[in-house]
Design a binder for this molecule. Structure first.
Ligand code: HEM
Ligand SMILES: CC(C)=CCC/C(C)=C/CC/C(C)=C/COP(=O)(O)OP(=O)(O)O
Length: 316
């Protein structure tokens, strides 16, 4: 009995914000819940938030609810399809890791063909929808996101610790999809500013996760930085360095025409709060502190991007 309780504790995912959303998910009929799980809904929601910010900042006063709807729907389908294909490709790896073994494929609740079909159909419909309704640049950016996430980043996870830097490219492209939906190929400076914020943000975000699940990743044969850094000093160093790089993002965004003074000050404050958690991790490299860094990352991103949007709305 005691042993079962210990295994259950190991299997349970470390969820920074476990709460009512879990209850809602578990209330959904299991077939639908399996399809939903295949789309990694929480990451998708945050990614769509960044798509929306990209569109609204890019479009400015010319923003239209119709185009916002088109870009969110098309990107949502592409993101969902990409996540399903990521899980299809990694089904054998996911079966070896406690965090992922309850997913529909490793748990045997869904066949690989079903997941593959679901991923291809959603991805294709999403891309076709974006090309049909918005400037071609939006479809191109979404296709680049899809291909680099599924076919470049995912296979690299077992090959090199640099996979995280590669994975940060598709992670940072969603605001570019939004921007491209508004501006096409024009005014790329603002799109670059948003790309940069999210690119850099992902490194401390994921290194916290990689540290918490380092044994699990090793079991799955995935090469993450803690794998070659058992003491955590390198992981902490990169985490601190990338949090420092987040402090001037508001200023860079202003210089590139995507934000104003509110973002300069606000992003610096948010960056310092994030940095404080990373520095605490550098001092005490515990799972508990890594989880605090993850939680800080999940507060930083909506906060910083929300400020950038507010700055733009004030300027309209
Ligand atoms: C290199 C890129 C990234 C990697 C490898 C990564 C990986 C992960 C993993 C493995 C989790 C689950 C943590 C857990 O089970 O406790 C997670 C959580 C999360 N990630 Fe990321 N992520 C990346 C980028 C992003 C991006 C671009 C976004 C959205 C803009 C995002 C949003 C989230 C959110 C909202 C959560 C918390 C929800 C959840 O636990 O499912 N991540 N990330
Ligand atoms: C079109 C559009 C909006 C696309 C979204 C692209 C996006 C948000 C990519 C996320 C990047 C990423 C590497 C996430 C999770 O890692 P993982 O897949 O390694 O996580 P896992 O270990 O849970 O499988």
């Amino acid at each position: 009995m005691r042993k079962a309780a210990v295994v259950e504790a190991e299997v349970a995912p470390l969820d920074p914000f476990a709460g009512p959303a879990e209850e809602v998910l578990s209330a959904v009929p299991s077939r639908a819940a399996d399809y939903l799980e295949l789309t990694k809904p929480r990451i998708a929601v945050m990614a769509l938030f960044t798509v929306g910010i990209g569109y609204l900042v890019g479009a400015g006063k010319a923003a239209s609810l119709t185009d916002l709807f088109h870009v969110l729907l098309g990107s949502g389908l592409v993101a969902a399809g990409g996540s399903a294909l990521n899980q299809w490709l990694e089904r054998h790896i996911d079966a070896k890791m406690f965090r992922t073994l309850k997913r529909p494929l490793p748990a045997g609740r869904m066949s690989p063909l079903e997941a593959l079909t679901f991923g291809v159909v959603l991805g294709a419909i999403g891309l076709a929808y974006l090309f049909a309704t918005l400037p071609v640049a939006a479809g191109v950016a979404a296709a680049a996101t899809f291909v680099s996430y599924v076919w470049v980043y995912t296979p690299l996870k077992t090959m090199t610790v640099w996979n995280t830097v590669v994975g940060a490219v598709p992670g940072a492209l969603p605001p570019v999809i939004g921007w491209a939906a508004a501006c096409g190929w024009e005014k790329p400076g603002g799109a670059f500013a948003l790309f940069w914020v999210i690119f850099v943000w992902q490194l401390p975000h994921f290194l916290a996760i990689a540290w918490m699940y380092r044994d699990d990743y090793a079991r799955g044969g995935l090469r993450m930085l803690p794998h070659i850094d058992p003491t955590g000093t390198k992981t902490a160093f990169v985490m601190v360095l990338t949090c420092v790089a987040l402090i001037p993002v508001g200023w860079v965004s202003m210089a590139l025409g995507a934000a104003g003074w509110l973002s300069v000050v606000g992003c610096a404050v948010l960056g310092l709060l994030f940095l404080r958690e990373a520095v605490a991790f550098a001092r005490r490299r515990t799972d508990r502190q890594a989880r605090r860094v993850l939680r800080a990352s999940l507060l930083y991103l909506p906060g910083a991007l929300g400020l950038v949007l507010l700055d733009n709305v004030i300027g309209w």
